[in-house]
Design a binder for this molecule. Structure first.
Ligand SMILES: Nc1nc2c(ncn2[C@@H]2O[C@H](COP(=O)(O)OP(=O)(O)OP(=O)(O)O)[C@@H](O)[C@H]2O)c(=O)[nH]1
Length: 378
């Protein structure tokens, strides 16, 4: 409940474009809110202990609280730079004025350390020199308060002074640590977002948008990797090159959208048929698909090719004018790289393509296998 309220308040004015500005606004809201709230216990003490004695510092503090809160209003009205400067100057002045009145023994000057941390988080990265100057100024203020206002004009007597020092020390440490923590949370969140968006981009750049299968780029990567593994571990590697028969005619008759749907269904089918986690299907381009079967020799590859060809026929997508069958059919060219061979990975694709060419020439809706050793078969 309180969390939500604080969150709501510190979000004031953060509906801006850039993350960096949003962080800065939030931070100045947090400082403003904390400054106002942290002043309250001191005010209560003055009221209860001796308001007549502490009246000047009490009145000043009321003013400081009002300025902190007006920082929130400035952020709300879009004047973020003013809000940030106002809140920071207010905090520095308050520490100075309060120490002047009640003395350094209450430890209020310790908050300058927290201000240093906040400055480092709130000042833009490209203003590093300004940050160094400001940190120097804050240090001077701290030293001045510490040595010049030792007694104060209305010093807090023992044991209240020691108690106030303890409270100030705890608050100052918590404030500095708390902001570093918030910053870390923001960095972690940004890193997670970056990793996720990189992953999404990577997936996008290697996926065919129509079928959701891998695209040619991913196929090349996969094939290179598998080819290296095959030659190293002495496994066979097979490639099936699949091409929809008379697809131009299908598009001409049923329209491009129906053509897209047909390709989508074949893509889903390939995905379903390939059971082994190492098997891989990609859309090669147009109406061509490539299936890579690692650790699969000629026999297995022929079997899988036949399975795929038959499954496309079973989809029963009407195409009576194809000249091959009454439904959409697929021609498949198969080639296998045996363990003892070491040609280029591209040769395997070229050989499967040559096999596909033969399947087309042989009447379509069929599987043709070409051995990689037999380039004469082209
Ligand atoms: N709907 C649709 N059609 C596509 C897509 N990509 C390629 N095509 C079409 O696929 C057809 C391929 O035609 P061709 O290469 O002549 O092959 P075909 O008509 O299937 O003939 P064969 O392969 O010899 O059986 C062309 O008309 C392309 O426009 C796509 O993403 N969607």
């Amino acid at each position: 409940m309180l969390d939500k309220m604080i969150d709501e308040i510190t979000r004031t004015g953060t509906s801006v474009e850039t993350m960096r500005l949003r962080r800065q606004i939030r931070l100045s809201n947090q400082v403003g809110l904390f400054g106002a709230v942290a002043t309250v216990p001191y005010q209560l003490f003055y009221l209860v202990y001796d308001i007549g004695y502490f009246l000047p510092v009490f009145v000043f503090n009321l003013l400081f609280i009002a300025v902190y809160l007006s920082g929130l209003l400035l952020n709300r009205s879009g004047r973020h730079g003013y809000a940030r400067n106002l809140v920071l100057i207010n905090a520095c002045t308050q520490i100075f004025v309060v120490t002047y009145f009640i003395g350094a023994g209450a430890g209020v000057q310790l908050f300058y350390f927290a201000i240093g941390t906040i400055l480092a988080l709130i000042i833009r990265q490209d203003y590093a020199r300004s940050l160094a100057v400001l940190l120097g100024l804050v240090s001077v203020l701290y030293l001045f308060c510490h040595f010049r206002f030792a007694q104060g004009t209305t010093p807090i007597p023992s044991p209240w002074g020691e108690l106030a020092y303890g409270v100030s020390a705890v608050f100052a440490v918590m404030l500095a640590g708390g902001y570093s923590y918030l910053f870390r949370v923001a960095i972690d969140a940004a890193e997670t977002r970056l990793v996720e968006s990189n992953r999404a981009l990577e997936k996008l750049s290697t996926t065919d948008p129509l079928t959701g299968l891998a695209n040619r780029r991913r196929l090349d990567q996969f094939l290179r990797k598998e080819w290296a593994r095959t030659t190293r571990r002495e496994h066979a590697l097979s490639v099936l090159m699949c091409d929809v028969d008379s697809f131009k005619l299908f598009n001409d008759i049923y329209g491009h959208q129906a053509g897209d749907e047909c390709l989508r269904r074949i893509g889903t089918l390939l995905d379903e048929i390939l059971q082994r986690p190492s098997d891989f299907a990609a859309r090669y381009g147009g109406e061509e698909f490539v299936v890579v079967l690692p650790q699969t020799g000629e026999e297995g590859a022929r079997y899988m090719a036949e399975q795929i060809r038959a499954a496309v026929e079973t989809l029963a997508i009407p195409h009576p004018e194809s000249g091959v069958a009454s439904v959409v059919t697929l021609s498949v060219g198969v080639s296998t790289l045996a363990p003892e061979q070491s040609p280029l990975s591209s040769q395997l694709l070229a050989q499967a393509d040559a096999a596909l060419y033969q399947a087309k020439a042989g009447g379509r809706n069929r599987v043709v296998f070409l051995n990689i050793d037999a380039p004469d078969n082209y």
